[in-house]
Design a protein around this ligand. Sequence first.
Ligand code: PEP
Ligand code: MN
Length: 372
Amino acid sequence: MILILSSNTDQQGTNYRQLMDHLGRLPGISTRVHVERGSEQTLTEIYLIGNTKALEIEDMQNLPCVERVVRVSEEYRILGRHKDDLRPAYFEYNGVRFGQDTLNIFAGLCAVDNPEHVELMLKALRDNGQVCTRMGAYKPRTSPYAFQGHGRNCLPYVFDLAGKYGMKVIAMEITHESHLDEISAALTQTGSPTGVMLQIGTRNTQNFELLKIVGRQREFPVLLKRGFGITLDESLNAAEYLASEGNRNVVFGLRGMKTNMGDPHRNLVDFAHVSVVKRLTRMPVCIDPSHSVGTRAAAPDGILDVMHATAQGVIAGANMVLVDFHPAPPKALVDGPQALLLKELPYFLDDVQLAREAYLKREVLQRRYQNA
Ligand code: PEP
Ligand code: MN
């Protein structure tokens, strides 16, 4: 059960103390307090853990400071979408809103290779009105002999250039807790010219110790990729690990499932789960058409499979698109064959816009028929 307190409740005030004293006396119930400081108001939520079935909603509702009470199901207590749950399904980071109602494009390099390519990429994004990108510095690779990413060495120039071209958020995968410190240090060193969304890749979806560490920090939001060989429920529980440690600024990423039933695509595209994740949780949902499809093959209509898959996710209401581009794919050190070209960026963005408009019209259509 969650008690949502009136905004700006004073934790030093008598009412709050009375409330906590009362909760402390409830048998078999422990409490966990979560405070979310926004630019305008501070929201406090109290999670009651234990035998909450015995508690009456009405009694809880009448306690001091309590504005609303939500009875949560066992699943995804914090990130889940519960009955009568009006908690927001969005967060803001570095001036960018991430919600189940917005759409952000993160086009960029799968892996940072050199400053020249980073700059060409970022300039193209700026010229096309984009403020978000993806830049891989730490790359988890199947072979230990493959390029592992430039790691912390590339961070200063990536952040400087991101600032130069007005990037607000860079999605960047980390595979170890030390990467978190390296990113923080490089941001401080460069004067924090941009923001970072930490990405937990599909190989680490169930790396629970990494999830706990990333969940304990609240400076950076997190993009958690679905595990490629586990159930959706298992991946959503992984997201809940982040939230249960304190960080609920989590975007959930669909990136295809590993099975040769998806051949000739790299993975079996799973974007039909966009609506499922939005129904079960309050997380914004990201799609990664590049790592799902994995090739630049095109249909007879001339449209690339990557773009068809993107449109399928966006028309279903996806909130973020993570997509590989490269200024010179044959020279890319990772995933060149699936990268889109910089000259395709305006076309890609226009195509996404079409699908987004179609989605918004579908929402209106739904409401019209529902109210008829
Ligand atoms: C990536 O986005 O660079 C990546 C490696 O993705 P995934 O973890 O989904 O394979
Ligand atoms: Mn890749």
